[in-house]
Design a protein around this ligand. Structure first.
Ligand SMILES: Nc1nc2c(c(=O)[nH]1)N[C@H]1C(S)=C(S)[C@@H](COP(=O)(O)OP(=O)(O)OC[C@H]3O[C@@H](n4cnc5c(=O)[nH]c(N)nc54)[C@H](O)[C@@H]3O)O[C@H]1N2
Ligand SMILES: Nc1nc2c(c(=O)[nH]1)N[C@H]1C(S)=C(S)[C@@H](COP(=O)(O)OP(=O)(O)OC[C@H]3O[C@@H](n4cnc5c(=O)[nH]c(N)nc54)[C@H](O)[C@@H]3O)O[C@H]1N2
Ligand code: SF4
Ligand SMILES: [Mo]
Length: 752
């Protein structure tokens, strides 16, 4: 299919969103007339309400700018910002509905505490905070400071994450704190750190428009990053768009080439491609010699990946594989992009590095339209990677490095003894710690593990095992809040201020344009109150508000690859439509959009990037006779966000997707299993059994089925296996069987 068609396909999502919004009467008449509604063009200023302010969307990592239209200082509607460098006047349906989901009867409006009858009942903030401190302190007194842990998020402001991580680790003595970014980005973090010497996605979105070959691996942009896809569609160079994904995703349908490889055969494929590139002499020898290390060892490693092995393992043909190698060779500006099809794997780090290797081999890095590019997921995944004080010490520093601890302590004006000299346990280790009784208290902020964690059946029991579980969320009805002992009501995006860092390292602003309901407070304010009640407020004297905290983060970044000392204040971020890191004060870059490594210098001490590789591993749970199908999971529609706490609150968004959980199955398998379209079926893995509607479709291959992650039962099936380096869960492949659900079928009302 041509990319022109592709544009139509993907724009459809955005347009349908607009049309639905019109029908719901959500757009004012003036805005209806504006060209912004169709993506591009400018909103005429005179037609806008009293005032408009621009801020970054709080759903995905694209980080679109949204114009919030205000009346008497409060939001009454929004439209995509035409001047914002990220989205250029476009937004996806989630963005359009971002304000709607704030109003909902299940918003947390007061703190809730579980009473002696086992029910959650409203309490005032004073009682809630006293309970928080008394209970956690009692646990720590009995079982040690590290018996309390926290799980945080990529979805709150950077300033909030930094305050949380600092409060927990420097104030409360907590050692173990991780986030949902482990489910998402840990693989890319480790892959980049090992290969480049720092966690640094090198690209700028303009690269989507400047490539002539775009290789998308395990990334379904049309659904998960629709505005990035729009940027691909704006590419004037008639690019080859090559999608590598076992499923015929919306993105694959719109691509020029789709390679439907066997799940988890990516590593073999990319080693095979590297071997061909070297054999044919299609590599950038000068670049390799000047800017990389480990090439000879890599070349020797590739000996084991001859064509016949690659075709056999990937299920692709020789000509498909040769064509991919040729496309990479013939492209002048080749970019490699990956998302969860790579990261969420038991060998994800090495797969990500096999893509980095291809970019290094061919010198496709540091130039316009190139790069080995990990696309992030949540609105502030990148903020969490650098400033959450979980996997690394604030500002990309290292807990294990005494100089780093001294430096950070010096900047914060605290005793360096307060900074843990060991790394936190990873998410899975924290869960194991609860199982073994080492972790007794858990504080969960802006994430919903009882739905999203990989081993859901196990997790319910685990959460119940805790002596004290605190959930800080904007809703009281999340699967995790329902089992909490204490719920702290949080203000949401739009009700507070701070910064988010998007996939291209752009720091954007969020603003307070709506009042939080009831007594809900910004996470920042909650953390400050906890510091006060805990008795460590003096450590955070200078952290008076988000903007003052931003000034502290700037200092922490100084001299690091993510140096942002040159960003003066929030106003500068506002004026410029966000600023990409790095932006050092001593050498502020002049170009408005920037990519990394233009000078060929990487962050390892020798300035070189490393070729890293390893033999492929066995799939932890392959299909067999008893469980003959492989279950893939992922994003289901542009209108569903993760565990659906937010997006299911919008009547408009609900129209985009089936309400009940469904499983996509190939017609061949359906026929064999006697399954009719839309029939209820049972999907069973070794860990759980769920009911779902069958969607019979060629988008999945025979032998594979797909269930979107947005339905609460999906992780009853997934297999808890992890990448050994990143400890990221391997959500994307486990063995299941499917059969018709006769009983439910007989209950089925006619015509459904
Ligand atoms: N609408 C919407 N958008 C979102 C989100 C959302 O919930 N809803 N979430 C955001 C977040 S946090 C994230 S992390 C991103 C995720 O964005 P994506 O990673 O693009 O989304 P997924 O659907 O999880 O996975 C991408 C693809 O990986 C494929 N895949 C599975 N196994 C393999 C394999 O072995 N090899 C290859 N090559 N591909 C494989 C799947 O078939 C799937 O199509 O989306 C972000 N954007
Ligand atoms: N099977 C399967 N499972 C998966 C995946 C998959 O592909 N397949 N993908 C994984 C990935 S990549 C991710 S990122 C995770 C996401 O998993 P989660 O993080 O569990 O998903 P969300 O629904 O985004 O949860 C965010 C929570 O924060 C709350 N919240 C939103 N804004 C705020 C705020 O400002 N303050 C506070 N305090 N709370 C707020 C929301 O109401 C919601 O309850 O799921 C993972 N799970
Ligand atoms: S693409 Fe992402 S950032 Fe842009 S409007 Fe949609 S959800 Fe928001
Ligand atoms: Mo994610």
């Amino acid at each position: 299919m041509s990319t022109d068609n592709a544009h139509v396909t993907s724009a459809l999502g955005t347009r349908i969103g607009n049309l639905l919004l019109q029908r719901e009467g959500k757009l004012t008449r003036e805005l209806l007339l504006s060209p912004a509604e169709f993506g591009l063009g400018k909103v005429p200023a005179k037609r806008l309400p009293d005032a408009t302010t621009t801020m970054t969307c709080g759903f995905c990592s694209t980080g679109c700018g949204l114009n919030i239209h205000l009346k008497d200082g409060e939001a009454i509607g929004l439209s995509p910002a035409t001047e914002y460098p990220v989205n250029l006047g476009m937004a996806c349906p989630k963005g359009w509905e971002a304000l709607t989901v704030l109003a909902s009867p299940d918003r947390a409006i007061t703190p809730l505490r579980r009473n002696s009858m086992g029910r959650l009942e409203p309490v005032d903030w004073d009682t809630a905070l006293q309970t928080f401190c008394t209970r956690f302190k009692a646990i720590q007194a009995e079982h040690g400071a590290d018996s309390v842990a926290f799980l945080s998020t990529g979805q709150i402001a950077t300033e909030e994450m930094a305050l949380l991580g600092s409060l927990a680790k420097f104030g409360m003595g907590i050692v173990h704190g991780d986030g949902n970014t482990r489910q998402c980005m840990a693989t890319a973090v480790v892959a980049y750190k090992q290969a480049f010497g720092f966690d640094a996605p090198p690209y700028t979105y303009r690269d989507f428009e400047e490539s002539d070959v775009i290789v998308l691996v395990g990334a379904n942009l049309c659904i998960a990053h629709p505005i990035m896809w729009e940027r691909v569609c704006r590419n004037p160079h008639k690019p080859k768009v090559i999608v590598i994904d076992p499923r015929t995703t919306e993105t694959a349908m719109s691509a020029t080439t789709h390679l439907a490889l066997r799940p988890k055969s990516d590593l073999t494929l990319f080693y095979g491609i590297a071997r061909i590139l070297i054999r044919e002499g299609w590599i950038a020898r000068d670049f390799i010699a000047a800017h990389t290390s480990g090439f000879e060892q890599f070349e020797a490693h590739l000996f084991d990946f001859p064509m016949h092995r690659v075709t056999k393992f990937t299920g692709l043909t020789e000509s498909q594989i040769m064509d991919l190698a040729k496309a990479i060779h013939e492209g002048q500006r080749v970019s490699f992009w990956w998302t969860m099809g790579v990261n969420q794997s038991y060998e994800g780090v090495r797969v990500a590095q096999s893509l980095i290797n291809l970019a290094l081999l061919t010198g496709n890095i540091g130039r316009p339209g190139t790069g080995a590019n990990s696309i992030t997921g949540q609105c502030n995944a990148m903020g969490s990677r650098l400033f959450s004080n979980t996997t690394n010490l604030l500002g990309g520093h290292d807990f294990l490095n005494p100089e780093h601890r001294e430096k950070v302590a010096g900047i914060l004006g605290i005793d360096s003894g307060r900074i843990p000299d060991r790394n936190s346990w990873a998410y899975s280790e924290i869960i194991d710690g609860i199982k073994t009784g080492k972790i007794k208290g858990l504080w969960v902020i802006a994430t919903n593990p009882a739905h999203s964690w990989i081993d859901q059946n196990g997790l319910d029991d685990v959460l119940r095992k805790l002596d004290f579980l605190v959930v800080q969320d904007m809703y009281t009805t999340t699967e995790t809040a329902r089992v909490a002992d204490l719920v702290l009501p949080a203000a949401a995006w739009g009700e507070k201020e701070g910064t988010l860092i998007n996939s291209e390292r752009r720091i954007g602003l969020i603003k307070k344009v709506a009042r939080a309901p009831g007594q809900a407070l910004a996470d920042f304010a909650i953390f400050k109150l906890i510091a006060k009640y805990w008795g460590c407020a003096e450590l955070f004297q200078d952290w008076t508000n988000p903007e003052a905290t931003f000034q502290i983060l700037k200092k922490l970044s100084q001299g690091q690859p993510c140096d942002i000392t040159g960003i003066e204040d929030y106003r500068m971020l506002d004026d410029r439509g966000g600023v990409q890191w790095p932006y050092p004060a001593d050498n502020p870059p002049s170009e408005p959009e920037r990519r990394l490594f233009a000078d060929g210098k990487f962050y390892h001490p020798d300035g070189k990037a490393k070729f890293l590789f390893e033999l492929p591993r066995e799939m932890p749970e392959p299909a067999n006779d008893a469980f003959p199908l492989l279950l893939l999971t992922g994003r289901g529609s542009v209108a569903q966000w993760h565990t659906q706490t937010r997006t299911k609150k919008s009547a408009v968004l609900r129209k985009f997707y089936p309400e009940l959980v469904y499983v996509e199955i190939n017609p061949e398998d359906a026929r064999r299993l006697d399954i009719a379209p839309n029939q209820w079926v049972l999907v069973e893995s070794r860990r759980g059994k769920i009911r779902a509607r069958a969607v019979v479709t060629y988008t999945v291959r025979p032998g594979q089925v797909f269930i979107p992650m947005h339905y609460d039962v999906v992780n009853q099936l997934t297999h808890p296996s992890f990448d050994p380096y990143s400890k990221q869960p391997s959500y994307k492949a486990c063995a299941v069987r499917v059969r018709p659900h006769r009983h439910l079928e007989s209950l089925r009302p006619h015509g459904h």
